[in-house]
Design a binder for this molecule. Structure first.
Ligand code: SAM
Length: 265
């Protein structure tokens, strides 16, 4: 099954985090009334739906390679200011200078060549327009996944090594310096970075854990590939880390993302 083909499962896995992150990223990007925005790697349409709540006179075009996500986004977001198309960040299907701003939320880690995508975002943005991206700080700012990888490491270090070899562990563009360098090398002017922090509530351990078994994305589908005995021990280890040994209960996790914005020349 192709990665990113189950939009409902994505919502329970990462979409709910995106919803929390999108308003801060939208504000950081410096959008203004009247602008035409490209959402690169739009997924299920979370960022566009947020931007049309922040601004009245705005148009957001989402581009996303998953046909299933695009179909879902079109059905879920009926606001006429939003539209969604199938396309690749590394070969954007738009003319030069056709947007006032190009934004990418949580996609650079998925790309074979993020520098090509940054160049494409620059190309389709008019001179003086904004190009911005936002990524989880995978070093210490995304506990939903880092606690999982810690638990797997404790139970089965060889499984983590295999995942890293298959490039399934998160990496890349997790810090402000790396993002600023990517933007500078793409020729984007005056790159500025920021750290965005959010909190996510979970109703129970199952609310946290079930999405790991949902095959929603390359990372989330990894838990399902663990041998059953390993998976069971990982589950117990994670549960202990998150809520201790008592009965199931609600809990919250803090998360941090890094963002960059620059000006198209
Ligand atoms: C973690 S999701 C983020 C989606 C959305 N931006 C959000 O915040 O909810 C990563 C997205 O990157 C998309 N993606 C993967 N490869 C891509 C590519 N070459 N070009 C554009 N998007 C890509 C995936 O299909 C997926 O929708």
């Amino acid at each position: 099954m192709a990665a990113f083909s189950k939009p409902e499962a994505y919502g329970r896995w990462m979409g709910r985090w995106s919803e929390r992150l999108a308003p801060g990223f939208g504000r950081f990007s410096g959008l203004a009334e009247g602008c035409r925005v490209l959402d690169v790697g739009a997924g299920t349409g979370v960022l566009g739906a947020t931007i049309v709540q922040l601004f009245n006179q705005v148009e957001v075009v989402g581009v996303e390679p998953s046909v299933e996500y695009v179909a879902y986004a079109r059905a879920a977001h009926l606001d006429p200011r939003l539209s969604f198309y199938v396309g690749d960040a590394q070969a954007l299907p738009f003319a030069d200078n056709s947007f006032d701003a190009s934004l990418a939320l949580l996609i650079l880690q998925e790309l074979p060549d993020a520098a090509v995508a940054a160049g494409e975002m620059r190309r389709v943005t008019r001179p003086g327009g904004i190009v911005a991206a936002c990524q989880w700080d995978f070093r210490d700012g995304m506990p939903m996944t880092s606690l999982f990888w810690q638990a797997v490491q404790e139970v089965s270090p060889e499984a983590v090594a295999q995942a890293a070899a298959a490039r399934r562990t998160p990496s890349g563009y997790s810090d402000r310096e790396a993002l600023a360098q990517l933007w500078s090398e793409a020729g984007l002017q005056s790159p500025e970075t920021s750290r965005l922090e959010i909190t996510m509530e979970f109703a129970s351990f199952d609310d946290y854990w079930t999405p790991f078994l949902s095959n929603a994305t390359p990372t989330s589908s990894f838990a399902g590939t663990l041998p059953p005995a390993v998976r069971q021990t990982v589950t117990g280890t994670l549960r202990e880390k998150l809520i201790g040994s008592g009965p199931d209960r609600p809990f919250a996790l803090n998360a941090a993302a890094v963002a960059v914005r620059g000006i198209a020349p």
